[in-house]
Structure formats: structure tokens, C-alpha cells
Design a protein around this ligand. Structure first.
Ligand code: C2E
Ligand code: MG
Ligand code: MG
Length: 311
């Protein structure tokens, strides 16, 4: 048994003059300590109250949104630089919030992860993305691959390994039609369970990508150990390339490193044609970004695909 300790403290009379208020504020400080990575302490601050209230509100709204099925997937094309060929689409979740409009994931994914709601939400995303990809493959794009983002919480709280395989079975999408995007930190956690699950997926032929590469620990040992198919170079490096020699050097180093390990590289957030040709000259395999298309609703992506076939 290993015992951990997190402490939240509230001070009399600053944080409250009765027992109940002090306990509640100490509890909020405790949540903050846990949120800061556990094994630490926090003193209560009024701002924590506001942050917690916002968290709880968003969590409750998300839960209701899941029940009402207010989520929708948009798809962003991934292009092979050498040929201009479409190699896949990344599924990105949006929340169609009544009275608000389309809410981007940056506004709610954190809360979904911290509250555990990412488990049912991520399950929905996987099923919907696989269903849509299977439909597109049957409708005339037989090689289309859909990429789905997976976060660490989904591994920790669910039985993700089996769920993914069951969803493929259920939707009829062949494993080669699915790519899972994992982050470096997820792989670095390195629990045997994660390793075993990833190996199980790969044995079935599911493709794996490392997302936002370069922003985490970028462990070379893990890049070697995991036979991922694709390394997605984080947008921050790509954006910086035009003016910044250092960013360009980092991108070149990642391309060379991945190439040496026989992994494909994809540049995220490519907005300009000059950047795309530069990346191609540097040996980068694929690109994704507003230059080609923004993330599009399913019907819009179909129009985009057809328009490309004509031209
Ligand atoms: P990500 O996986 O790195 O996705 C790429 C993000 O970059 C998307 O933002 C996309 O719209 C944006 N992007 C693509 N091209 C360009 C460009 O040329 N310029 C600029 N400025 N941005 C570009 P989005 O859709 O807001 O998603 C943000 C993040 O939310 C994703 O980052 C991913 O980490 C997370 N996310 C989205 N959907 C899901 C999901 O279904 N499950 C999980 N776990 N996370 C998700
Ligand atoms: Mg991604
Ligand atoms: Mg990314």
C-alpha cells in the first residue's frame, strides 16, 4: 500500500468565521492541491472559489450536453506534401451549445478530462468518427483514414483497448482506417497497461501518431520504443519557422530523427504555401492546416473532397 498526502488549508478568520465555511474552503484548497499534481499543499484563496465554481458549472453543462447529444465532429484534411494527395482526416470535436453556438474544444476538453467526462465523450467521438470513416470509405474514398485524439484519462479510467476494437467491429471500419493520436506525456507515463494496449492495437493494424511532438518531454527512448507510424510536429514550431532559425533547426532535427526511425512526419498548422514547399524541401512527409482546409463539418468535407476531384 502506498499512501499519498495532499493538504488544503483555510485560516481563521481570514477565510471564514464559522466551522462550516472554513471546512468548505479548506476542501476547495485541497482540490487545488490535488489539481496541482497531488503530494502538495495549498492555502485557500478566493480565486479558487471562482475557478471551482466555473469548473463545476462547465462539468454539469457537459454532462447534460452528452445526454442531449450536442457534440459534433469536424474533420481536417491531412495532405501528402510530395503528391498533394489526401492521406487522412483528423476528427476534432465541437460542442453545439444552444444559445451560444459552436464551442471549440479548448474551452471544454480540460474540464472533460479533469471530471472524467472525457471517457463517455471520447467513446462517442471514437464511435462517430469510425462510423463516418466507414461510410466515406464505402462512398468512394476507400483509402480514407480517420485520426482520433486520445488523452491519458481515457486510458486510466476506461477499458480503452477493448473499446476501440469493439467499435471497429461494430462500425465495420477496418483497423487500417483508424489512426489514434496520443501525446508524449501519455506514452511517458509508461505504465505497462498503456504499453500493452498500444501493442495490441498495433498488432491489429491500427495506426498510431504522436500529437504535438516537441512540446512535451520528446523522449527519444520512447520514440524508439513505440513503433508509432507518424510524428506530428507541433504547430508552435511550424509557425515560428519563417522568422526563427531555431524553430527551423528544431523542425529539421525532428524530421531527420523521425525519418531515421522510419516514422512519417506531419507538420501541424501550415497556413502558407511557401511554408508547405519549404517543409517539403526539408523532407517532411505530410501537412495539415488552414492552407488546405479548416476543420470542416462532414457535409462540407465531402464537398471539399469532390471539388478536389474535379480540379
Ligand atoms: P490538436 O489535436 O493538436 O488539433 C489541432 C488543432 O489545431 C485544432 O484545433 C485545429 O483546428 C487547429 N489547427 C489546424 N490547422 C491550423 C492552422 O493552420 N492554424 C491554426 N491557427 N490552427 C490550426 P481544435 O479543433 O480547436 O482542437 C484543439 C485541441 O483539442 C486538439 O489539438 C486536441 O488536443 C483537442 N481535441 C479536439 N478534439 C478532441 C477529441 O475528440 N478528444 C480529445 N481527447 N481531444 C480533442
Ligand atoms: Mg490531434
Ligand atoms: Mg496537435
Amino acid at each position: 500500500v502506498s499512501v499519498g498526502l495532499s493538504i488544503g488549508a483555510a485560516l481563521y478568520p481570514r477565510d471564514g468565521t464559522d466551522g462550516e465555511t472554513l471546512m468548505r474552503h479548506a476542501d476547495i484548497a485541497l482540490q487545488a492541491a490535488k489539481h496541482a499534481g497531488r503530494q502538495t499543499y495549498r492555502f485557500f484563496e478566493p480565486a479558487m472559489n471562482a475557478a471551482l465554481t466555473r469548473f463545476l458549472q462547465t462539468r454539469d453543462d457537459l454532462r447534460a450536453a452528452l445526454e442531449r447529444e450536442e457534440f459534433v465532429l469536424h474533420y481536417q484534411p491531412q495532405i501528402e506534401l510530395e503528391t498533394g494527395r489526401l492521406v487522412g482526416v483528423e476528427a476534432l470535436v465541437r460542442w453545439q451549445r444552444p444559445g451560444v453556438g459552436l464551442v471549440q474544444p479548448d474551452a471544454f476538453i480540460d474540464v472533460a478530462e479533469d471530471s472524467g467526462l472525457i471517457v463517455p465523450l471520447g467513446g462517442w467521438v471514437l464511435r462517430e468518427a469510425c462510423r463516418q470513416a466507414a461510410a466515406w470509405r464505402a462512398a468512394g474514398w476507400p483509402d480514407l483514414v480517420v485520426a482520433v485524439n486520445i488523452c491519458a484519462v481515457q486510458f486510466r479510467r476506461g477499458s480503452l483497448g477493448a473499446e476501440v476494437l469493439a467499435i471497429l467491429e461494430e462500425t465495420g471500419l477496418p483497423p487500417a482506417g483508424l489512426e489514434l493520436e496520443l501525446t508524449e506525456s501519455l506514452l511517458l507515463e509508461g505504465q505497462e497497461e498503456v504499453l500493452a494496449t498500444v501493442a495490441q492495437w498495433q498488432a491489429r493494424g491500427i495506426q498510431l501518431a504522436i500529437d504535438d511532438f516537441g512540446t512535451g518531454y520528446s523522449s527519444l527512448a520512447y520514440l524508439k520504443r513505440f513503433a508509432v507510424d507518424k510524428v506530428k510536429i507541433d504547430r508552435s514550431f511550424i509557425v515560428g519557422m519563417a522568422e526563427d532559425d531555431a524553430a527551423r533547426a528544431i523542425v529539421q532535427a525532428i524530421i531527420d530523427l523521425a525519418g531515421g526511425l522510419k516514422r512519417r512526419t506531419l507538420a501541424e498548422g501550415v497556413e502558407e504555401a511557401s511554408l508547405a514547399s519549404q517543409l517539403r524541401a526539408m523532407g517532411c512527409d505530410e501537412a495539415q492546416g488552414y492552407l488546405y482546409a479548416r476543420p470542416l463539418a462532414a457535409a462540407d468535407l465531402e464537398r471539399w473532397l469532390r471539388a478536389r476531384e474535379v480540379s
